[in-house]
Ligand binder design. Structure first.
Ligand code: MN3
Length: 199
């Protein structure tokens, strides 16, 4: 089965005012769709066409070398955006509770310190990429990746993703990436992040 574009799990306007409706339409219907199409084109006629995006990204070195860059970029784009939509929701934000809150406190000291680190890491990523909260098998980590590189390819489990490509924010925020990231916290779905931590 080829990779598919999943429908948004909420309305295109649901994340207003943090993320505007027009950006959501272009981001999901055009950008995410393009990653799906290019990923399927790259995977066609390989042994990997029936695997999930995560399975493929976990085994990039097993791909034919001439396909590897296209797969890394486009299957990465598919998986990263699917995770991104499912990290957010209308009327979310606030702070996590329970096991996730405890893990954040244990690793980063407190929620405010975690939030500052994630914000700085995302804002300071040079060029296009992603900000991440991941689990490395024993603890949480904050990091950024360039382009569509997925933490899955480094053996990490992504829990929370912030798209910091200009296409994610430029219509509303132009060059003001810090303002976008600040507003993005208001739509983070901590229940979804906590569910990912539980596995
Ligand atoms: Mn994007």
């Amino acid at each position: 089965m080829p990779l598919k574009l999943p429908p948004l799990p909420y309305d295109y306007a649901a994340l207003e005012p943090s993320i505007d409706e027009e950006t959501m339409h272009i981001h999901h219907d055009k950008h995410h769709q393009a990653y799906v199409d290019k990923a399927n084109a790259a995977l066609a006629a390989t042994d990997w066409a029936d695997f999930s995006a995560v399975e493929i990204l976990s085994n990039l070195n097993a791909l034919p070398e001439e396909k590897r860059t296209a797969v890394r970029n486009n299957v990465g784009g598919v998986a990263n955006h699917t995770l991104f939509w499912n990290c957010m929701g209308p009327a979310k934000g606030g702070e996590p509770s329970g096991e996730l809150a405890a893990a954040i406190e244990q690793t980063f000291g407190d929620f405010a310190s975690f939030k500052q680190l994630f914000t700085d890491t995302s804002v300071n990523q040079f060029g296009s990429g992603w900000g991440w909260l991941v689990h490395d098998g024993s603890k949480l980590q904050v990091l950024s990746t360039a382009n569509q590189d997925s933490p899955v390819s480094s053996g990490l489990t992504p829990l929370l993703a912030c798209d910091i490509w200009e296409h994610a924010y430029y219509l509303k925020y132009q060059n003001r990436r810090p303002d976008y990231v600040a507003a993005w916290w208001d739509v983070v779905d901590w229940d979804a992040v906590a569910a990912r931590l539980r596995g």
